[in-house]
Design a protein around this ligand. Structure first.
Ligand SMILES: C[S@@+](CC[C@H](N)C(=O)[O-])C[C@H]1O[C@@H](n2cnc3c(N)ncnc32)[C@H](O)[C@@H]1O
Length: 188
């Protein structure tokens, strides 16, 4: 079997694709030492699986409607087509043994889901809608809900710049790694 270099693989747990923000995501999670993590945009669960190694609980927000680009691996393609994205997400959580750590809110991130209105998290990964306006709205939603740090897959660029220009609470402390930008709360 050919394993593309951007996939992670576990001998027993099959394949999931890996976010390009993988390294900075891990760096942020390690440095922040947070216990609770929020993810906007989860798709088949690769970044949630990564985060599970560093946090106690993960909340995922994703409408789970479109398959989008999927790993070019036959087994994954067949399973995805067969199950659909939401069931495939849970299958991956099960394979990694992290179902108990993960909460999935099947919804768009904006307007912010009412069920989560009063919640806060230590860290976040923003990788949902990839428009400048959409990513900006996601950061505004998280501005007062995240305690330590968040990482943004800022593609297309400028959403982070616009957000930082309007807030006193957040700053960029790490350089951009490809298109991932890490922001820290100033008092964190
Ligand atoms: C790039 S994928 C996420 C990949 C995932 N973070 C990973 O690294 O494994 C983008 C996901 O965002 C979801 N999405 C798109 N628009 C969204 C929105 N407005 N709110 C929440 N999720 C959204 C899509 O359904 C898709 O599953």
């Amino acid at each position: 079997m050919i394993i593309p270099s951007d996939l992670i693989v576990d001998d027993h747990k099959h394949l999931v694709s890996v976010t390009r923000a993988r390294k900075p995501l891990i760096e942020m999670l390690q440095k922040s030492e947070g216990k609770t993590h929020l993810e906007i945009g989860s798709r088949i669960g690769a970044s949630a699986i990564i985060a599970s190694g560093y946090t106690e609980s993960i909340t995922c927000i994703d409408p789970m409607e479109s398959l989008g680009p999927v790993p070019e691996t036959e087994g994954v393609m067949y399973e995805l087509k067969d199950l659909g994205i939401e069931k495939y997400f849970w299958l991956n959580m099960d394979r990694w043994g992290i179902t108990d750590k993960v909460e999935l809110i099947v919804a768009l991130s904006f307007p912010f889901p009412a069920d989560l209105e009063d919640r806060t998290w230590d860290t976040a990964f923003v990788d949902g809608i990839h428009t400048v306006e959409g990513m900006y709205q996601d950061m505004k939603s998280l501005e007062h809900r995240i305690n330590i740090a968040m990482i943004i897959d800022d593609n297309p660029h400028n959403a982070v710049e616009r957000f930082l220009g309007e807030t006193d609470l957040w700053e960029q402390r790490t350089p951009m790694a490809r298109s991932a930008v890490t922001l820290w709360r100033k008092d964190a």
